[in-house]
Design a binder for this molecule. Structure first.
Ligand code: PLP
Length: 423
């Protein structure tokens, strides 16, 4: 494979298709080219995936892995879900992109479907999770100025330590992870950080300029941190009592990942706004949205916000198909059952290296101690299980929600073997 982009190569790509070039690459070629031409803002596992099917993924040498990364929870329906792929094929014969300069029937159906599914009143379609968060932040601030009477440019939003809400310059400004923010300042003002799962600190941080509290119901990137029972409901109650909006970031926990449609439903802590994304794209395409109550969403007027690709017809039908398949396949119940099976299985291994197993549904964290994380990462790969460390020596297991009972048993067995193999 030549890496030069000569006129000849471009002509060949046009004639033969890009896939001919892709197929000619070895795993080593792919790694080498990626390191040379791609910025080094990720440190990938030494695995080059070329094919996927359900919960399985394959490298160029034909090795088969059980995908417990699930593209950071974005692949909920299994790779290449037949129903979603068929939906895409049909849509590709009609229209894919029209912009928000016009109306679109596909977008209309998406807006109705996502509101029905979530119980929210209105939706603002975006593409990535970070954009959905930014949208929520803008809505909350404008609500604060126009409805709560907060003096202009004084709005405060309370967030939790250990949060992960995305990678924009605004969002990293209130991250507590040094690597995410250092040397990317100056950071935007207007955010106050409090310890997660601490209602006293939360209440103490509220001022008359507080417009919103924004948190993940379970901190996923932060190491699968599940708050004490009752916390979500208390946060809801504190928001109501103080006339502060509650924003749940359900980008990772949403759409059945934790055993319910949304993680806030475990405590009926209904938000005023929520950000959704990742699995909404059916594992094929970025689709996200800010969802919320009408009294908040209605503060947007034409020109306030937008996105060229947000709400495009292709993404819209993919998202509706993704919602439908989750319902028809009962993915919430499956996530609950398989997640419990996985956690019980990990605990039953009774390994001294396992400090804690925690999570909800199929968002599972396995915290290890006294073991070299690098060696363990390699041992998991050798056992053909894809998982990656989040923060705090915790490996995340977030496979597609379609994973079978037998496959969960297999993951548990392989994880046991891998941990035992590291000395
Ligand atoms: C992944 C994630 C985001 C950001 O989503 P992107 O699509 O990567 O921008 C935001 N919040 C949470 C909780 C996430 O897990």
């Amino acid at each position: 494979m030549q890496t030069q982009t000569t006129t000849t190569a471009w002509n060949q790509i046009v004639q033969e298709g890009v896939q001919a070039y892709v197929e000619a690459l070895t795993d080593a070629d792919s790694q080498r080219i990626s390191e040379e031409y791609g910025t080094h803002n990720y440190h990938p596992l030494p695995v080059n995936l070329v094919r996927a099917d359900g919960v399985l993924v394959f490298d160029g040498e034909g090795n088969e892995y059980i995908d417990c990364i699930g593209s950071y929870s974005a692949v909920a329906h299994g790779h290449l879900s037949e129903f979603i792929v068929q939906t895409v094929k049909r849509q590709l014969e009609k229209v894919t992109l029209v912009s928000r300069a016009v109306y679109s029937s596909e977008l209309a159906v998406f807006l109705k479907a996502i509101c029905d599914y979530s119980g929210m009143d209105m939706a603002c379609p975006m593409n990535t999770g970070a954009e959905a968060i930014e949208t929520c932040l803008k809505l909350a601030r404008k609500w604060g100025y126009t409805k709560k009477g907060v003096p202009k440019d004084q709005a405060e939003i309370i967030v939790a330590e250990g949060n992960f809400h995305g990678r924009t310059t605004t969002i990293i400004g209130f991250s507590s992870e040094p690597q995410y923010k250092e040397l990317f300042g100056p950071y935007g003002p207007g955010f106050v950080s409090v310890p997660f799962d601490d209602v006293t600190a939360l209440e103490a941080a509220i001022t008359r300029n507080t417009v919103a509290i924004m948190m993940e119901p379970i901190q996923a990137e932060g190491g699968i941190i599940v708050p004490e029972p009752g916390y979500l409901a208390r946060v809801r109650e504190i928001c109501t009592r103080n006339n502060v909006l509650l924003i749940w970031d359900e980008v990772q926990t949403g759409f059945c990942r934790t055993g319910k449609r949304f993680a806030w439903q475990h405590e009926n802590a209904e938000p005023d706004l929520m950000a959704v994304g990742k699995p909404l794209g059916g594992g094929l395409f970025p689709v996200s949205a800010a969802l919320g109550k009408r009294h908040v969403m209605e503060v947007f007027v034409p020109g306030d916000h937008g996105s060229t690709f947000g709400g495009n017809p292709l993404g819209a039908v993919i998202a509706v198909a993704a919602l439908a398949e989750m319902e028809v396949d009962g993915l919430a119940a499956k996530s609950q059952e398989r997640g419990q099976q996985m956690m019980d299985g990990f605990r039953a291994l009774e390994l001294p290296q396992v400090l804690e197993v925690r999570g909800k549904g199929l968002l599972v964290g396995l915290e290890v101690q006294n073991v070299d994380s690098k060696k363990l990462t390699q041992a998991f790969l050798d056992a053909r299980v894809l998982t990656k460390e989040t923060r705090n020596h915790t490996f995340r297991f977030a496979p597609p929600l379609t994973i079978s009972e037998a496959e969960v048993d297999e993951v548990v067995a392989r994880v046991g073997r891998a941990i035992r193999s590291v000395v």
